[in-house]
Design a binder for this molecule. Structure first.
Ligand SMILES: Cc1cc2nc3c(=O)[nH]c(=O)nc-3n(C[C@H](O)[C@H](O)[C@H](O)COP(=O)(O)OP(=O)(O)OC[C@H]3O[C@@H](n4cnc5c(N)ncnc54)[C@H](O)[C@@H]3O)c2cc1C
Length: 440
């Protein structure tokens, strides 16, 4: 064990819990700030939705969770367990499914927090409103948090830390589709962040924008009761599961424009009298509390500069982010990131120089540009998950993990596509894993 510091972790979702555990293992003194009253982050389902269904009003009260009532994990349990903490089907447990419901995932995270003694480290009901470097020489950070005193008043406090790890998640601030006429179109528009159930959509004509896992789930849930569902898909050549077998579902290209008489015009020429538009269009990075003097920026959903998606070079290792990555088997990737942060802080793993870190990020940007990959996919690991995970494992002296290659998000999506829209119930993952093991 090396140096030991006073470290603040912001957020007690998966990233925050893993980070707290790893920091504690390295002997650091950890305080976790969590604005909610429970651990689990996005997995704490709530029936409540925001006052602005599109999430555009900056003064709205933010509801953190983006889960819908029927949500089941789109990854198998085996891809959501940690290195030394499995996610088994519990004997006699309520949910024995390989792709569990959200309640079961939350239970797993609560067990994890309890079993590693993390609950005592967490200040619940503490929303962080400012994180700022107050001393550039000693690298001291102030964390200002507020707690609710009563309905209308807050009490705030400041505390100094040597290091701060930001684990506030990246799936709560809606990103919406832009098209001419969006503002004046008269029907109901919402982002999937504020969708909980199909109630109220009976006999309606619904447009779903997007073709990610949420759009696929919502299409399956809404189409049996809606009059019609039209899916607007941006990716050329993508065949939306669930369109072919339903005679009240159509797939289109993107929306061209929307009119004040309720009509929605698609780029493929179709015109549909529409009642409801649901934007299943993902989320934006958002760190309203971070005062970094322009060092950490968010530009077109790229958080920059960020060495290996974790450390801003000029503030490393005293400021770090766990969980910026997406389109990956996030639980396992975040575990390695958390361990890396903890070991870098204790001095048992070294970072390259500030200049070397900055040029590594610039190289990534040029590589992306050369390959035509848009900026907003900077933190998507879709096609280089194995490479990234192997790199992190090497920093930590961990052997390449068994089944690591098979349990990447690409192979799981591949399996999902192969088994169709009901893949959660038709794909025998245990058999698939046995076949992988026997082919070793
Ligand atoms: C609809 C949906 C389905 C998904 N399904 C899967 C799946 O099947 N499998 C999978 O692996 N992943 C899935 N994901 C991805 C999921 O986001 C991640 O698995 C994971 O929850 C991210 O964890 P996190 O800790 O980074 O963030 P979060 O879970 O968002 O946790 C962040 C925490 O920070 C707290 N916080 C935020 N701001 C502050 C502040 N200012 N002060 C104090 N506390 C703060 C929040 O209250 C929250 O508790 C899904 C995501 C969505 C939206």
């Amino acid at each position: 064990m090396g140096e030991s510091y006073k470290v603040a972790v912001i957020g007690a979702g998966i990233a925050g819990l893993l980070t707290a555990r790893e920091l504690q293992r390295q002997g650091h003194h950890v305080t976790v700030f969590e604005k909610a009253s429970k651990v689990g982050g996005i997995w704490v389902y709530t029936q409540r939705v925001e006052t602005d269904p599109l999430g555009l009003d900056p003064n709205r009260e933010i509801i953190h969770s983006s889960l819908y009532k029927s949500l089941r994990a789109n990854l198998p349990r085996q891809a959501m367990e940690f290195l030394d903490y499995p996610f088994p089907k519990k004997q006699g447990g309520d949910d024995q499914r390989t792709f569990p419901g959200h309640e079961e995932v939350l239970r797993f995270l609560q067990d994890f927090a309890r079993d590693f003694g993390l609950m005592e480290l967490i200040q619940f009901g503490h929303e962080v409103i400012r994180v700022e470097l107050v001393d550039e020489v000693t690298h001291e950070w102030v964390v200002e948090s507020r707690t609710r005193e009563n309905e209308s008043t807050w009490e705030s406090k400041e505390e100094l830390f040597k290091a701060v790890v930001i684990c506030t998640g990246n799936q709560s601030e809606p990103n919406i589709a832009e098209f001419p006429g969006r503002d004046t179109w008269p029907g109901l528009q919402m982002h999937s962040h504020n969708y909980r159930s199909p109630e109220g959509l009976e006999n309606k004509i619904v447009v779903l924008i997007g073709n990610g896992p949420t759009a696929v789930d919502l299409l399956r849930e809404i189409s049996p009761l809606a009059k019609q569902v039209h899916v607007a898909v941006r990716t050329p050549g993508f065949q939306m599961p669930g369109v072919e077998n339903n005679d009240n579902v159509w797939q289109h290209s993107m929306i061209e424009c929307a009119h004040t008489d309720g009509k929605v015009v698609f780029q493929d020429g179709a015109i549909v009298d529409t009642d409801v538009i649901i934007h299943c269009t993902g989320y934006k990075y958002h760190f309203p509390f971070l005062k970094s003097n322009g060092i950490v920026t968010v530009d077109d959903n790229r958080v920059g500069l960020m060495y290996k998606h974790v450390f801003p070079p000029s503030l490393a290792p005293w400021l770090s982010f766990v969980g910026l990555i997406n389109r990956s088997v996030v639980f396992r990737v975040m575990e390695l990131q958390a361990r890396w942060v903890a070991k870098v802080l204790s001095g048992t793993v070294e970072l390259p120089s500030q200049e070397a870190m900055a040029s590594s990020v610039e190289e990534l940007y040029s590589e992306m540009e050369k390959n035509g990959i848009p900026k907003n996919l900077t933190h998507s690991l879709l096609n280089n998950e194995v490479e990234y995970v192997s790199w992190l494992a090497a920093q930590l002296n961990i052997k390449p993990l068994k089944r690591w290659k098979e349990l990447t998000v690409v192979s799981i999506i591949g399996g999902g596509v192969h088994y169709g829209e009901n893949f959660r119930d038709t794909w025998d993952i245990d058999k698939w894993m046995q076949e992988i093991d026997s082919s070793d």
